[in-house]
Design a protein around this ligand. Structure first.
Ligand SMILES: C[S@@+](CC[C@H](N)C(=O)[O-])C[C@H]1O[C@@H](n2cnc3c(N)ncnc32)[C@H](O)[C@@H]1O
Length: 246
């Protein structure tokens, strides 16, 4: 049995959400290590920080760790499927539905994070600015923003391909991706094949990730009242923006 479904997504589908953790773990991601690093950066800038909002929290894997390090944590997530997984995983932790461009939670946090390139789903510098402003609005003065960008425009490798295979409870999942430059964005085609006891199925997703420049990110943060710098390198090669709200 094989059925191929193609769709365009920035809010993740149920099929994508179902394989997200196992596929990313097979690609070497360790959310606990990433979370510890983020918390260290926050505490260096704001000793005594006690609350954190994870924007585009996905399946809640970072919060699963951070909830034991800060007394109050919450998530915000656009995709129903990802949010349902996070909610199941984190009983008692509020996981709000919402779009990072425009959300209002009626509370402020000591830290706001937005990890794994989620910010690059913003398709224009205006939307990037809206997302930065929304994050700033939810930070206390002196609060810390940690945002993981996608590749900067000049770094992107046109035609890049990669693949990985993961196993889970007797099923095998492969992920192949092909990325091309499409104007000021990366157009990534990602093909998943899931082999399980009932047969083999495929689905393909198109992801559009904006290739903002470092200066565009910095301008968006500055305009939102966040003084930010880019720390190159980890956790996934694209570095992190680390900022403090005025
Ligand atoms: C690559 S995943 C990252 C998930 C998680 N932060 C992590 O590090 O594993 C991107 C997430 O961003 C979410 N997302 C995409 N656009 C969004 C938006 N405009 N507002 C909020 N979440 C969004 C997707 O639904 C998905 O869960």
């Amino acid at each position: 049995m094989s059925n191929a479904i193609e769709r365009t997504a920035s809010a993740y589908s149920r099929e994508h959400a179902d394989v997200y953790d196992v596929v990313h773990a097979a690609r070497g991601r360790d959310w606990a290590v990433e979370a510890d690093n983020v918390v260290r950066l926050v505490q260096e800038r704001l000793p005594g920080a006690r609350s954190l909002l994870d924007v585009a929290c996905g399946t809640g894997a970072h919060l699963e760790r951070i909830r034991f390090l800060f007394p109050h944590v919450a998530g915000l997530e656009l995709s129903d499927a990802m949010r349902e997984i996070a909610t199941r995983r984190l009983p008692g932790v509020p996981i709000h539905p919402g779009d990072m461009r425009d959300f209002h939670l009626d509370e402020q946090f000591d830290a706001v994070t937005c990890m794994c390139f989620s910010i690059a789903y913003m398709q224009t510098p205006e939307d990037l600015g809206r997302a930065a402003a929304s994050m700033a609005r939810h930070l206390v003065p002196g609060g810390v923003a940690v945002v993981e960008p996608w590749w900067f425009s000049e770094q992107f490798l046109d035609g890049y391909v990669t693949g990985s295979v993961a196993e889970r409870n007797g099923s095998v999942i492969s992920r192949l991706s092909h990325s091309v430059r499409d104007g000021r964005a990366t157009r990534m085609t990602v093909r998943y094949t899931v082999a399980e006891s009932t047969g083999i199925r495929d689905f393909t997703e198109q992801e559009i990730l904006s290739l903002f420049t470092e200066d565009e990110y910095l301008a968006a943060f500055e305009q939102a009242g966040i003084r930010a710098e880019h720390l190159p390198g980890g956790p996934n090669g694209r570095g992190l923006f680390l900022g403090v709200r005025d």
